[in-house]
Design a binder for this molecule. Structure first.
Ligand code: NAD
Length: 250
């Protein structure tokens, strides 16, 4: 019961799996949540001190059960990482309501529902919430009407959670990753988008899952005990720049 526990959604692969591994290195236990049952079982199988739960974070009933199942296993939740996400890039005119809802229900509803379900447990530990948004929630771009808007919602949701949950000692922060070569990104990043990112990022490269996980783990830990309501871009400098980089590289 003394061992800290993180609940990470979207933990079967990508940034969520790298975050799981970092928590394990820190000596925490991890409740790994994902709706992809097969990939989750494969990821959890070889790892010690993890508890896989196959849950769709956009399903309110399943999420309520998830929180109880997590507590039954660990007795405590010290950090909730709302990382599960889907991407769908398309022009506004082609983004019908079904596509819009598919993105919103995981990216925004999921973070809302999981947090609501874990508030009581997080109050007991004076724990932390880390929401994963995106640079697409900080700056608008083409094709991202649903994805970018969902992530802008996650950014504001974080500030709302920090404002309202601070008096319970619960901290809420948001990480906005730049591009990382995961399954999610590679499904929507064309070669033109990859080239444009390289041009627009001062560090001139994609990030790694581990580089994102390091910031998530810091914000979840006591090292960040006076940090709440913050939005941190882990993006190689993308958010900080304006015009000029492509000309410089040319
Ligand atoms: P990924 O596709 O590799 O992993 C996402 C995981 O979430 C998958 O295992 C998937 O099964 C799970 N998932 C999706 N919807 C779910 C749901 N409704 N319920 C439960 N699990 C669900 O993607 P990733 O790149 O590791 O993305 C992780 C987070 O980082 C996402 O929120 C994404 O929007 C964000 N992000 C990623 C990038 C990037 O370039 N990779 C950039 C910015 C933000």
């Amino acid at each position: 019961m003394d061992q800290k526990t993180a609940l990470v959604t979207g933990a079967a692969r990508g940034i969520g799996l790298a975050t799981t591994d970092l928590f394990l290195e820190m000596g925490w236990r991890v409740v790994m949540v994902d709706r992809d049952r097969e990939e989750l079982a494969e990821a959890a199988g070889p790892r010690q001190s993890v508890h896989p739960l196959s849950v769709d974070v956009s399903d309110p009933d399943a999420v309520a059960t998830m929180a109880q199942a997590a507590l039954d296993w660990s007795g405590r939740i010290d950090a909730l990482v709302n990382n599960a996400g889907v991407a769908d890039f398309g022009p506004i005119e082609e983004t019908d309501f079904k596509r819009w809802r598919r993105v919103m229900e995981t990216n925004l509803d999921g973070a809302f529902l999981c947090t609501q379900a874990c508030i009581a447990a997080l109050r007991d530990t004076r724990g932390a919430i880390v929401n994963i948004a995106s640079i697409s929630g900080l700056r608008a771009s083409t094709l991202r009407v649903a994805y970018g808007t969902s992530k802008a919602g996650v950014i504001h949701l974080t500030k709302q959670q920090a404002a309202e949950l601070g008096e319970y000692g619960i901290r809420a922060n948001c990480v906005c990753p730049g591009p990382v070569r995961t399954k999610l990104a590679m499904a929507v990043h064309s070669q033109a988008i990859i080239d444009a990112y390289h041009d627009a990022i001062p560090l001139n490269r994609y990030g790694s899952e581990r580089e994102i996980a390091e910031v998530i783990a810091f914000l979840s830990s006591d090292k960040a005990s006076y940090v709440t309501g913050q939005v941190i871009a882990v993006d190689g400098g993308f958010e900080s720049t304006g015009v000029g980089l492509p000309a410089l590289r040319g």
